[in-house]
Every structure is written in C-alpha cells, then in structure tokens.
Design a protein. Structure first.
Length: 263
C-alpha cells in the first residue's frame, strides 16, 4: 500500500509499517510509530543527521583499521551509506529482516546498490551472527522496532554470540535507549560477556547511548591516544569527535589518562 501526501511514502506488509516523512529538507523513516528511525538531509544524503549515529561512528577511534563491518539493522541506511562513502577500506554486510525497509532505503534514502564494499542481506540478524563466528572485526547493532530494542537482541546468549562473531581484537557497538528500564541489566550482561571491557557514550537527546564492547584483553587506547585520533579523524569526517570523547570520559570511570574498568 502506497500513499503520497505529507507522508512521502507509506508501505504496509507483514512487518512493521514503514513511513517516510519530510520536514524542512530532512527526510525521516518511521517504523510503526512516530519515533524517528533514520533521518537524511535531502540536499546532503550521505551526511549523518542524528546524534546517535555520530556516536556510533566514534567506533573508528577504537578501530581505525577496521576492515569488515557487520551491521544488524538498516533503517534508512544512514550508517551504511556513511561507511560506504567515507570509509572505503571497510567492507560491510548489513542484515535487515524487513524487506520494505530495504526497498525504502534504496528508493527514498539513496542507499547504494550492492557492490564490492556493501552487501545488504534480507534475513534474521541473530541467525546470521550465530552462523558466522569470527566474521568481522567490527559488529554493530542498530535494530530498533516500534517498541524499542527487540528482546531477543539483548539476552545474555545473544551478547555471547556477538562476541563469538568477532575477530580476536574485534569491537561490538550497540545503540541503546538510555530511558529503557532494563538498560542496567543489558549493561551487566555485556560486562559479563566482555569481562568488564565495556564503555558507554551518551549522545544527548533523545537519550540514545552508544555502548562499546572490546573482545581483546589488550589495553584499550588511553584518552590521549583517543584525542589524537579524534583530531585526525575530524580532518576527513564532519563529526565532532572531540566532543564525543568528552562525553565518553564523563560517563566512564577513568583517572584522567585512561579508563579504569573492572576496578
């Protein structure tokens, strides 16, 4: 079903309804609710609009040499498009369950067709992760529905599977709602899976928090190293990485020089 008016696009299927709206030059995707899943500047379709996506891309400060990304949850394709355009060294596989989301991301949000850098797979993200151990050095979860994060994507066994899907020095990044009543439980589960090697980054309104989990027991970069990487990255990325490092430092135990996790 398609409807063209103030809502640019509306599609109904066996999955959640996909709607596209546009206001003041910003196009947004909604999945079964007024909540914005993705946004795009119509005149700059590859720019990142939502604050949580800037935080998610801060993963590059921890994994500057990342080469293989598995992204679960496509939405309007903001992160997939950004990585495709600005991180050509990264090959990415995007897993999306809802075929309408894939269709609309391509028809209304400029998501590129599959090529050597990008492969979009219609399927179950949990099954994909379970079937591909050690498949990537960067795994990102951004799989929200109309009611938030699906319960199956925040169990202890799921986080364990995510760790298994990573290379030995891999990074797991997940987008969470800070207002979720089970946020602390999710954090405890990730800390158990990753042996306390977990950092969180508040990204501001509407309250998304990006969580970074490290598989390797090797020391993570200290704050000076992260700031140097942030300054360098800002030369090629229109993202205020230095501000995001400040948020990261303010939200996690540290001694001013390095993070002190696990006490």
């Amino acid at each position: 079903m398609f409807k063209f008016n103030r809502k640019i696009h509306k599609a109904v299927s066996d999955f959640e309804m996909v709607e596209v709206t546009e206001t003041d030059g910003v196009r947004s995707m909604h999945l079964g609710s007024p909540t914005i899943q993705s946004s795009m500047k119509v005149k700059d379709p590859f720019a990142l609009v939502l604050a949580y996506s800037w935080g998610a891309m801060s993963s590059l400060l921890f994994k500057p040499n990342a080469s293989k990304l598995v992204l679960v949850g496509l939405g309007g394709g903001s992160i997939a498009k950004y990585v495709w355009k600005y991180c050509p060294q990264i090959k990415q596989t995007v897993i999306e369950l809802n075929p309408q989301v894939i269709q609309v991301a391509r028809s209304h949000f400029h998501l590129p067709e599959d090529d050597a850098q990008l492969q979009v797979v219609e399927g179950d993200g949990i099954a994909y992760i379970q079937q591909h151990p050690g498949a990537c050095d960067w795994l990102m979860m951004d799989a929200f529905g109309s009611n938030g994060l699906p319960p199956d994507f925040c169990t202890q066994s799921f986080f364990d599977d995510c760790a298994e899907a990573l290379s030995p020095d891999g990074l797991f990044t997940i987008n969470l709602w800070g207002s979720d009543k089970k946020f602390d439980i999710y954090m405890q589960r990730m800390e158990q899976t990753f042996d306390q090697r977990v950092l969180m980054m508040p990204t501001g309104k509407p309250g998304n928090i990006i969580v970074f989990c490290f598989k390797s027991a090797l020391p993570m970069p200290d704050l000076m190293t992260l700031r140097k990487r942030a300054q360098a990255a800002m030369q090629s990325h229109d993202i205020q990485f230095m501000d995001l490092i400040d948020r990261l430092q303010g939200a996690n135990p540290n001694n001013g020089k390095e993070f002190t996790l696990g006490g």
